[in-house]
Write a protein that binds this ligand. Structure first.
Ligand code: PMP
Length: 440
């Protein structure tokens, strides 16, 4: 039990609202965090929390090697990529070594949204078409172009007619479910239907953008043939395939550096961000030279901060740590401990309807009844808040708000994993009876 952790003072919350307006904050009583180290963060009273949610601090909060590299470069030179510097070159070379060799040309930007925005521009320039296909409830960013591709936060009636959605491959509660051995084929079949709609509207299909963990859908694992068939459908339409690796990139799966690799597909464009700088804003896009040149022929691309000297140094330092500390291996080991722990817990708690995800990206679906699968949104919120009061940070997410998302820094140890499981178990045990069956 976290003893006496104070909420931020009402005065600070008021001042915040005065300058930022009413904003979304985590938790019923927002946390005021002041410090982080490894898998832990600390509030203003010094109370420790186990961070089971922050995938940006992949290497652990405030990793001293990365902080030191950042500080040294910040006090030496920080300028843009119009000047020649070895660090940006080295970063491109090292990242290329982790990807198929045909992906050879890099654009360095500052956010995942910028990378996806650029991916749409490239797909349009290379295909000569306009339309983009995404999965329902996806999130791909906040620019004017990718906001309509982020339907989880977007009013669907305002969807522009160049965007089409297909059902995400949800084998638990989607249109085709576990046991149907042609589910992958059926889900992928919707991509040709979406292309047909875009053709009728005169846009054609320029790109298929997919996040391989379907984050905003609560960590789905598609049938193994889904991505290959989806990519093949896109190629038949003359569309480019875009792997959004903002969530799964940099070894979160535990088995691969990039989420798409597990499915043996070959994207035309890969975008990445979030953990790339362990908190420093750096993101990127990689593609084939001939696709990159389509854009360069028209307008060129310049980004003042993208790939700046400090960002490039930080990107390289992060790769040093990720590879040097074998965090992919650690993710795999911790996941191999967490997964059976969650399944064990499911045996004791009827509220747990399904466990999904891979590596250190797991979703625990809470339901009021396992047969009807009615989402237990209120119970999920209660569990999230109770875990916080036990000093463990997770979120409740998904289109129905009933999925407990566990997505910790990759330094997550076995003892961190058992602490997370113990807090989840206690919270599930204590869910008030009236919330167990509550649907809204
Ligand atoms: N793609 C995915 C899959 C994401 O989860 C996010 C961020 N949640 C983005 C893109 C956008 O990244 P950013 O917030 O860095 O712009």
């Amino acid at each position: 039990e976290v003893a006496g952790a104070p909420a931020p003072t009402p005065a600070l919350l008021q001042r915040r609202e005065a300058v930022l307006g009413k904003t979304y904050t985590f938790y019923n009583e927002p946390l005021e965090l002041v410090r982080g180290k490894g898998s832990k963060v600390y509030d203003a009273a010094g109370q420790e929390y186990l961070d089971c949610y922050n995938n940006v601090a992949n290497l652990g909060h405030c990793h001293p090697y990365v902080v030191d590299a950042l500080a040294r470069q910040a006090s030496t030179l920080n300028t843009n990529s119009r000047y020649i510097h070895p660090e940006i070159v080295r970063l491109g070379e090292r990242l290329s070594a982790t990807l198929p060799s045909y992906l050879d040309t890099w654009f360095f930007v500052c956010t995942g949204s910028e990378a996806n925005d650029l991916a749409v521009r490239l797909a349009r320039a290379a295909s000569g078409k306009e339309g983009i296909v995404i999965t329902e409830n996806s999130y791909h960013g906040n620019t004017t172009v990718v906001t309509p591709l982020s339907l989880i936060d977007y009013d669907i009636k305002d969807k522009p007619d160049w965007a089409e959605t297909v059902p995400p491959p949800n084998l638990y509660r989607g249109v085709y479910r576990e046991g149907a051995n042609d589910a992958g084929e059926k889900y992928a079949g919707h991509i040709s239907d979406a292309a047909g709609i875009l053709n009728e509207r005169g846009h054609g299909m320029a790109g298929l953008m997919i996040d391989s963990i379907f984050d905003a859908n609560g960590a789905l694992v598609p049938p193994p043939d889904y991505l290959p068939l989806a990519y093949a459908a896109a190629k038949r339409e003359g569309a480019l395939t875009i792997a959004d690796e903002v969530q799964m990139g940099f070894a979160r799966s535990g088995t691969h550096m990039w989420g798409f690799e597990a499915f043996g597909v070959q994207p035309d464009i890969v975008t990445m961000g979030k953990p790339m700088g362990n908190g420093h804003p750096i993101a990127a896009l990689v593609t084939r030279r001939e696709i990159a040149e389509r854009l360069q022929k028209h307008t060129g691309y310049f980004n003042t901060f993208g790939g700046n000297t400090v960002s490039a140094v930080v990107g390289n330092a992060c790769l040093d740590v990720l590879q040097g500390e074998d965090l992919q291996g650690n993710a795999l080991r911790s996941s191999a401990f967490l997964m059976p722990g969650l399944h064990d817990l499911m045996k004791r708690h009827e509220l747990v309807g399904h466990i999904q995800g891979r590596g250190l990206f797991l979703g625990v679906e809470l339901v009021t009844n396992r047969d009807s699968k009615v989402p237990a949104k209120l119970a999920a919120r209660w569990v999230r808040e109770r875990m916080k009061s036990l000093g463990v940070l997770v979120s409740s997410t998904g289109p129905h708000g009933n999925i407990i998302k566990i997505r910790p820094p990759l330094v997550f140890s076995l003892s961190d994993a058992s602490r997370c499981l113990a807090a989840l178990e206690q919270a599930l045990t204590e869910v008030p009876a009236e919330l167990r069956f509550a649907t809204s």
